[in-house]
Structure formats: structure tokens, C-alpha cells
Design a protein around this ligand. Structure first.
Ligand SMILES: Nc1ncnc2c1ncn2[C@@H]1O[C@H](COP(=O)(O)OP(=O)(O)OP(=O)(O)O)[C@@H](O)[C@H]1O
Ligand SMILES: [Mg+2]
Length: 385
């Protein structure tokens, strides 16, 4: 597990250190840097995936680097990534008596070891989409541990989805938009989910499809999924059945385009959780998108259950229902309080500051920061005034 992340001169941050837990919620204002935190982790992973970051001494002749644009994130150029008001390496400059080039650094503490990467910014080539990393550390577990990253902008209801054996089956990657989820589900429908916290009491078996149905029924009672190949093509299809509850008594199966947005949007999140392993790292942006309030809270129960299996989730959210769902999971002893970490990003006039309210064993927030999910109360006060 990554227990701490430090970013220096990375996008919105001159310097920031964030403790991370099994379940970390990143909350707060728009454009305050929440996604940037996920992007930094994804940048490290995609640099490893592409072979651009290697363990120290493995390829002494090669130049390592941060790959800014690849499968997980497209950050643009080195100039886009370097924090505009970047911090200088003052101590080094004093030591050698001259200015040093601007740099971007990421440090993670993982399984008790500190891994740090520092990349120089070449001001003569601001448009480069690779930043050379000096003295890379030994290969960090983030390079090879199971990994999922779901962007805020995910698959929308569609008639077909891609069928890539290499991505969905060989690598087990759902895609940053969750676009490989349906193919993954088709292939692994009968896999046993070997993690009791994820077993839903109403699932008819601990197989992946049965658990997916049970958790999806938390969002829409009675729904069930079917993922199948379209023979002779490179596509798969998803269909929904409704079991006669929630006021819907349809018998025919329906295509995603005819059942609304929320189910299809949430499916990659549900599958990412159900397929987590104890050493997984799962980055999620806005898992609550398009879900009704109770669904958001129930999804938080699934996120909490996933964190209880030992997997690590870093979740950007704007939803007080997600927060409250996690608080409930803590109160119900499904997740230990120290396993839930909350960061609230807020502007302080000169940039972003982060406060980290703690959830106690009763699910209460120990010190409620001003402006932290208090809009409901604030509106109510005005209504009652
Ligand atoms: N090179 C840079 N130097 C300084 N600030 C930067 C740089 N690149 C991006 N930013 C700032 O970083 C922030 C990016 O925020 P990010 O996308 O992480 O927001 P967010 O908190 O995820 O927002 P949302 O809630 O809307 O998803 C913006 O405020 C942007 O101005
Ligand atoms: Mg964001």
C-alpha cells in the first residue's frame, strides 16, 4: 500500500504531502488539484508500463523518464506539468553556487520503502512530452501491482463495446473509461471472488457476475446483467434484464441505450471493486456520477468493502453521500476508522491547502472543517431564516 505521496512542482502543487490509506477520499473545490494527485500516480505507472522507468542499475545506459502522454493520462508537455511558480532546489544551488534547472518530483512510500523520482525540466525544449528522471530508485510496487484507473469521463450506454483480449483478459485492465469492462465481465463471469467483504448477502453465489448483479441491484432493484460476444466481430454487447421490481415488470432484455445512464456508468466501478486484489491500487474519479443519492451511498459501501479486503483505493468525489456511506461502513465496523482517510482541498487565496478531517469509530467527523460538505446545512439555514 502507498502510505504517503509527495509531489513537488507538479501541476497545481508547489509541494504537497498526502498520507494515503486503504480508502482515501479526495474532496473539495473544482480545480483544486484532486485529479492531479491521481494523475501523478498514473504518470508513474504509465512510465513503467511503457518501459520508460526502470529499476536502478537495470539499464545503466538508458535514460529514464516520466512519460506524460500515454494510455492512462495525457498531461501535455513538460511546460504544462511544471508548476507555474515552481520551487527551486535552493540547498543544491547554494552547494554548487549556481542555479539548477527546474524539476518535478514525485515521492511515494510503499510497503515501508521510500521511492522518489526527480525529473528535470529542459527550458530549451518546453514542448517535450517526456521528462528525464535522474537516478531512478529500485522498481516500486506501483510498477507491477494490479492497477485500475477510471476517469470521471467513462463509457456511456452503447450498443457495443470493444473486445480486446490483450487489454481486458491478458492484462485485466478495464480501460480508463471502463471501456473493456463488458468484455472482462463476459470472460470472467464465473470467476470466484475470493474476498468475503465483497460478498453481498443477496448474491446467489460468490461468482463475479452474481456479485455484480447483487451490487448493481443496490442501484436499481431487480436488474441483472448479461455480457456476450457478438460472433464474427471485435465487439461485445451488454444487456440488462429487470426482474419485476422497482415498478418495472419488463421481461425482454434491454440494451444499455434504453435503460438510462447510471447503471452503465457505475458498472466499471463495481467491477473494479469486485476484482480488486489485496495488493491492487484503484484510482477512481467521481464514482458517484449519474447515481441517485441512495445509490451513491451504497456504492460507498462497496468502496469500503473493497478497502477492507486490503486493496487500496484513492477516490475523488464531490458526493456527501459517498462520504456518509464510508462513515456508515466505519460505524458498522465494516471498515476500521484508520483505514479511511479524507482530504479536503480548499483554496486559501494563495493556492490550495489541504485539511484532513478524521472519521472516528462511530463514523463521526472529529473536527468538521469550514466549507466541507456543509452546503446542505447552509441552504437549510437560509430556507428557515
Ligand atoms: N503547470 C501548472 N501550474 C500551476 N497550476 C496548474 C498547472 N497545471 C494545472 N494547474 C492547476 O491545477 C488545477 C488542476 O486541478 P485538477 O484537474 O486536479 O482539479 P480537480 O480538483 O480534480 O477538479 P474537479 O473537481 O473539477 O475535477 C487547476 O486549478 C489548474 O489551474
Ligand atoms: Mg477532477
Amino acid at each position: 500500500m502507498i502510505t504517503e505521496l509527495t509531489l513537488v512542482n507538479f501541476k497545481a502543487f508547489r509541494r504537497i504531502t498526502l498520507p494515503l490509506g486503504p480508502l482515501t477520499l479526495l474532496t473539495g473545490l473544482n480545480s483544486s488539484g484532486k485529479s492531479s494527485v491521481l494523475q501523478a500516480l498514473a504518470m508513474i505507472r504509465q512510465s513503467y508500463d511503457a518501459g520508460e522507468l526502470r529499476g536502478i542499475g537495470q539499464y545503466p545506459e538508458s535514460v529514464d523518464g516520466f512519460l506524460l502522454n500515454s494510455e492512462l493520462v495525457q498531461l501535455g508537455t513538460a511546460q504544462d506539468v511544471l508548476h507555474e511558480d515552481f520551487a527551486r532546489a535552493r540547498e543544491l544551488e547554494e552547494l554548487i553556487g549556481r542555479p539548477t534547472p527546474p524539476y518535478v518530483a514525485c515521492l511515494i512510500k510503499q510497503e515501508g520503502t521510500l521511492y522518489g523520482w526527480g525529473a528535470t525540466y529542459d527550458s530549451s525544449q518546453p514542448d517535450q512530452d517526456m521528462m528525464a528522471v535522474w537516478m531512478p530508485p529500485e522498481t516500486a510496487p506501483i510498477a507491477y501491482n494490479p492497477f485500475q484507473y477510471l476517469h470521471a469521463d467513462r463509457i456511456t450506454p452503447a450498443v457495443t463495446y470493444p473486445r480486446s483480449h490483450h487489454i481486458a483478459i491478458a492484462r485485466g485492465f478495464l480501460g480508463v473509461r471502463g471501456e473493456h469492462t463488458v468484455n472482462y465481465l463476459r470472460h470472467h463471469a464465473e470467476d470466484l471472488v475470493d474476498a468475503p467483504p465483497l460478498w453481498h448477502p443477496r448474491a446467489i453465489s460468490p461468482q463475479l457476475l452474481d456479485l455484480a448483479n447483487a451490487w448493481m441491484q443496490e442501484l436499481c432493484p431487480g436488474v441483472n446483467l448479461q455480457a456476450s460476444a457478438i460472433e464474427g466481430t471485435d465487439y461485445v454487447r451488454l444487456s440488462y434484464g429487470f426482474g419485476g421490481t422497482a415498478g418495472i415488470s419488463a421481461t425482454r432484455r434491454r440494451r444499455p441505450t434504453n435503460v438510462g445512464f447510471g447503471l452503465t456508468y457505475a458498472l466499471p466501478v463495481v467491477i473494479a471493486c469486485l476484482t480488486a486484489r489485496p495488493d491492487s491500487l484503484i484510482l477512481l474519479e467521481n464514482p458517484e456520477a449519474h447515481l441517485h443519492p441512495r445509490g451513491q451511498s451504497r456504492l460507498a459501501a462497496l468502496l469500503s468493502a473493497t478497502a477492507a479486503t486490503g486493496a487500496q483505493l484513492v477516490v475523488e468525489t464531490h458526493s456527501d453521500h459517498v462520504l456518509n456511506g464510508v462513515r456508515l461502513a466505519v460505524k458498522q465496523e465494516r471498515l476500521r476508522p484508520e483505514r479511511a482517510v479524507v482530504h479536503y482541498f480548499r483554496g486559501n487565496g494563495a493556492g490550495t491547502e489541504v485539511v484532513s478531517p478524521r472519521i472516528d469509530k462511530d463514523g463521526m467527523i472529529e473536527q468538521w472543517p469550514e466549507g466541507f460538505f456543509d452546503e446542505w446545512e447552509s441552504s437549510l439555514d437560509q430556507l428557515l431564516d
